[in-house]
Design a protein around this ligand. Structure first.
Ligand code: ATP
Length: 268
């Protein structure tokens, strides 16, 4: 089974003058097909853990396994979309996606790959920008090309760091739907691990929400989101379970005063 297993992991950034213990004592098992969101205040180690899952950073202590094999570097089994878009600047949006398609569709005629790239760019709402170079695209558009490229690679695990951070609210909602749609249609479901600052996004998407706390970064709570799927925004926002969970997360992230404030507002 494609389980991701984080075992007593810590990570220390080593500078020339001083070191910084960013993450300590993280234990987490993510099952195949789960959608897990990491949430927590800035600097609590979410991206560091995601980078270790991607194999870009190696744990200082402890280990991380995928399918019971230690992760020692990046791999095609784990697709990534990080905050920096990392597109090839000399290739158009379409060429960036085709390159990813070529890696997993060896020997497939170029015309077919072109068509598939077109469909993927359409899926992320970028069909009209397919001939543009990354420098001609906004940050949000580049992020969407990176998403299309990750979909193209079709890895069993998607690792995403604030993938919808640079896009406006309407596009963000579209991309969230598109991700869940893609996930739910597949028989062998992808495992998705995503860093977000958005509580509503975490509740909408997750099977489980992992809450991090800082100094050093550690997991403070893991919450199962037992709201049935499909989750529509409208019904979600009316659901008492959603309200409870949201209030709980707000309290965890912003402390008691938020809850007091919310109670005050709701009594007005
Ligand atoms: N290259 C680095 N060198 C030294 N310290 C670093 C480095 N990168 C991150 N850190 C520190 O490690 C800690 C964890 O950082 P990380 O980026 O993982 O947090 P985060 O929860 O993802 O933050 P954010 O939500 O702001 O993206 C922070 O205190 C940060 O300042």
């Amino acid at each position: 089974m494609g389980t991701l297993s984080i075992q007593d992991v810590s990570y220390t950034y080593k500078g020339s003058r001083e070191s910084h213990l960013a993450v300590q004592g993280v234990n987490l098992t993510i099952q195949e097909g789960e959608i897990v969101c990491f949430i927590g205040p800035s600097g609590c180690g979410k991206s560091t853990v995601l980078n270790m899952l991607a194999g870009l950073f190696h744990p200082t202590t402890g280990k991380i396994e995928y399918e019971q094999n230690e992760i020692t570097g990046p791999g095609v089994d784990r697709g990534v979309v990080f905050q920096s878009y990392s597109l090839f600047p000399w290739m158009t949006a379409q060429e960036n996606v085709i390159l990813a398609l070529e890696q997993v569709n060896k020997g497939v005629p170029k015309q077919e790959l072109k068509q598939k790239a077109k469909e993927l760019l359409e899926l992320v709402g970028l069909d009209k920008a397919d001939q543009k170079y990354p420098s001609q695209l906004s940050g949000g558009m580049q992020q969407r090309v990176a998403l299309a490229r990750m979909f193209a690679l079709d890895s069993p695990v998607f690792l995403m760091d604030e993938p919808f951070g640079a896009v406006d609210a309407a596009v963000r909602a579209n991309l969230q739907d598109c991700l869940v749609d893609l996930w739910s249609k597949q028989q062998k479901k992808k495992t998705i691990v995503m860093v977000t600052h958005d509580i509503d996004e975490a509740i909408l998407l997750s099977d489980r929400i992992v809450v991090f706390s800082p100094n050093p970064g550690r997991v403070s709570e893991t919450i199962t989101v037992s709201i049935p799927r499909p989750r529509s925004r409208q019904s979600l926002f009316m659901s008492p379970r959603y309200m409870d969970l949201r209030a709980h997360l707000l309290t965890l992230l912003h402390g008691e005063e938020t809850q007091a404030w919310e109670e005050k507002v709701s009594s007005l």
